[in-house]
Design a protein around this ligand. Sequence first.
Ligand code: DAH
Length: 340
Amino acid sequence: MKQELEEIRAAAIAALASAATEDAVEDVRVNYLGRKGRLTGVLRGMRDVSPDERPLMGALVNRIKDEVESAIAEALTKARAIERSRRVESERIDVSVPGRRAILGHAHPLTQVTRELVDVFVGLGFSVAEGPEIEDDYHNFEALNFPHDHPARDMQDTLFVEGGWVMRTHTSPVQIRVMESEQPPFMVIATGATYRHDSDATHSPMFHQIEGFMVDRGVTFADLKGVLTRAVRELFGADRAVRLRPSFFPFTEPSAELDIGCFGCGGRGGACRLCKGTGWIEVLGSGMIDPNVFRAVGYDPEEYSGFAFGIGIERIAMLKYQIDDIRRFFANDLRFLKQF
Ligand code: DAH
């Protein structure tokens, strides 16, 4: 029996030596110490050992059982460590592998131009306002001194919405909204989408404008000229030629369009297609705010004066990037958009 016990111990230790996983160790435990295990069998056989041999044999069996148990515990610790390092190895990541770069978009060219314009005017002290794209006739036309039969109200230009509303045809109604809620002095710009029933290479039913206006006591045409010249030169170059040309808008008196020296021909004109040979390119409409506009918002035109201007953002972007068709901005063609 003693020999059998030594044999069992040696076999158990040998089995544990090659048990590399927790499961394999558990198998060994079951084989030797489980209910039907070899060592358990021997323990059970103690009944048949003669009473005088029993103490000695009992001590031996217990010692071997202890030895096997602690060998199992040791093997288990080892197996766990091996499994952990195998897992660490298999889950290792190679931080030197180049990453998959997320494809980043960028601001739309019209957004870029808008931001550039806003930055220039904010830099000159203007603050930024907003107005609704669906307007009432009063703010879009009436308060801006459009006579009732003015062609701008014609079906040709205005997109009417049910219930007497219109899609704003310009950003000028923001002038009225600001003046209704604020008292001068102020310098304000407003940008946003505007709508007209018009579509060809240079007109889009939805387009964008930036509006600007300044109201205070004693604002003169010289202020208009100074501010706009400065702004336009920041946008198109410090030595750009600038001229104001008489024009007409219902909400300004006098009115002027601002032209800059053509960057296609350097102002020489001739056969230049960009300026159609005039040497000048129109960039905005402007003027001194009409006394009737002040009356509509309850300002005394004897006390206050101001100037206003409106710029077509698509037009500026088309000039700046030499884009021949306004519809390219809205076609969502990445081959076009990626160039900016
Ligand atoms: N609202 C005009 C348009 O859409 C542009 C404009 C011209 C705005 C002169 C102004 C201005 O504020 O003074 O055609």
